[in-house]
Design a protein around this ligand. Structure first.
Ligand SMILES: [Mg+2]
Length: 259
């Protein structure tokens, strides 16, 4: 299917009944709100347009992200956020028996959620290596991950992002950590965040809407926009985050300078 891209002067030019949105680069950048975002979501809140945030960031729980969004001034209930960590754990619960051992690279918050899901955190003989963003990632972790995989563990990444925008520029994403382990081990990682449409479907299932009536707003073509297209929602690339010319060739339906 050939997609023709249209540039919108305003998001009001198109019709929709619900909104899915990325966070980093769309709603905020670091601790700062992206200009226009707070006002726009509040207008949707006032006019009864439901919205849900879908983020590949698994550093924090969905309720912790909801709190950050509320702090910026946007109304957001805890269940209006789905993270790549949520869909990764849904997937793991489907695939592995309760109590299975997992080798987890990620924040303490993410490891706690893995435990709360009934899995055991182990250093060896893991059924799977789960990789989320971990700024303390080092050679010893890479080695433990490699050895688990050579002993038969699956390699599962919360998200494939190689780069992510932060307040003062960019930093390596969880996908870069996962790919370093993939390079060493030869394993083919399973990635659960965008562009896997599982996270979009999880959000849609919480909202009583048809995919065709929903827009997905994101600043990354190869994750946000591709996931939206795979799930059958209308994709809108927004130019407030990662520059388009640094990204792979996925064609968005619409481009918008800002909210
Ligand atoms: Mg983003």
């Amino acid at each position: 299917m050939t997609i023709t891209t249209h540039r919108l002067a305003s998001i009001d030019e198109i019709g929709f009944s619900a909104v899915l949105s990325d966070l980093d680069g769309v709603v905020y950048r670091g601790e700062e709100a992206v200009p226009g975002a707070v006002d726009r979501f509040n207008r949707w809140q006032a006019s009864g347009i439901p919205y849900c945030f879908v983020t590949n960031n698994a550093e924090k729980s969905a309720p912790a992200f909801a709190e950050k969004i509320r702090r910026l001034g946007i109304a957001c209930a805890d269940d209006q956020v789905v993270t790549s960590g949520d869909v990764t754990l849904d997937f793991a619960r489907d695939k592995y028996e309760p109590g299975s051992g997992l080798y987890v690279i990620g924040t303490d918050a993410f490891k706690m959620r893995v435990s709360e899901c009934g899995f055991t955190l182990v250093e060896k003989d893991a059924a799977a290596v789960l990789v989320a963003l971990d700024r303390s990632f080092d050679y010893a972790m890479m080695k433990a991950a490699l050895r688990n995989i050579l002993d038969g563990a699956d390699l599962i990444g919360t998200n494939p992002d190689l780069i992510r925008p932060v307040a003062d520029g960019y930093e390596p994403g969880a996908g870069a950590l996962t790919q370093s382990i993939a390079a060493a081990s030869g394993a083919h990682p399973i990635f659960m965040g965008k562009p896997n449409p599982a996270i979009i479907r999880a959000a849609l299932s919480r909202m009583d809407v048809r995919a065709a009536d929903v827009i997905m707003i994101g600043d990354k073509l190869d994750t946000d926009i591709l996931a939206g297209q795979r799930a059958g929602v209308t994709s809108i690339f927004i130019e407030t985050g990662v520059p388009r010319d640094t990204q792979s060739i996925v064609t968005p339906e619409f481009i918008l300078a800002s909210l």
